[in-house]
Design a protein around this ligand. Structure first.
Ligand SMILES: *[C@@H]1O[C@H](CO)[C@@H](O)[C@H](O)[C@H]1NC(C)=O
Ligand SMILES: *[C@@H]1O[C@H](CO)[C@@H](O)[C@H](O)[C@H]1NC(C)=O
Ligand SMILES: *[C@@H]1O[C@H](CO)[C@@H](O)[C@H](O)[C@H]1NC(C)=O
Length: 138
């Protein structure tokens, strides 16, 4: 019983460490050359953590499967500090990044990749997660 409980706690703690892409929404239509808000949300964690950075990449993958951004970030739209903050009381901490969609990008499916680096716990161990969101270039 005790081990099931600690497993559940562990799973909850591991889950709580995940950031997610709040915006753009899945399949959101974006035009070439426009600016796009990429919102990276970082739910508050019980264990201490220190944010390091995010990288936002973009790959065009019309009519074929997109490559995992863990292997291929594509064109880098942002590479720099990450400082999620509370903005609205109902929302977890997040940061909006305004990025520029290249004017030469092909129509069709494209993939936003986000690499997120954090230092976790008392020992500040480095931790990397890679997130993605599909958008549609029209
Ligand atoms: C995007 O993220 C989802 C959820 O983690 C994952 O299942 C999917 O394989 C990822 N897609 C790519 C192309 O990496
Ligand atoms: C982040 O972007 C969203 C979408 O445009 C907007 O609703 C929100 O107010 C922005 N937040 C901040 C702090 O600028
Ligand atoms: C992309 O889609 C837009 C809107 O549908 C269209 O006007 C444009 O000609 C398309 N561009 C290409 C290269 O197909």
């Amino acid at each position: 019983m005790k081990s099931i409980f600690s497993l559940a706690l562990f799973a909850a703690a591991a889950f709580a460490q995940n950031a997610f892409i709040g915006l753009p929404t899945q399949g959101q239509s974006v035009s070439p050359g426009s600016s796009l808000i990429v919102q990276v949300t970082r739910p508050n964690t019980l264990s201490g953590s220190e944010e390091v950075a995010v990288v936002i990449g973009l790959q065009s993958c019309p009519g074929r499967p997109c490559t995992s951004p863990a292997d291929y970030m594509g064109q880098i739209l942002y590479n720099g500090p990450f400082s999620p903050q509370y903005h609205e009381p109902q929302n977890p901490p997040y940061e909006n990044f305004t990025v520029q969609i290249p004017s030469t990008i092909q129509n069709g499916t494209a993939l936003i990749g986000v690499a997120h680096v954090t230092l976790l716990g008392a020992g500040s161990y480095p931790w990397l997660e890679v997130l993605n969101q599909t958008i549609t270039i029209v």
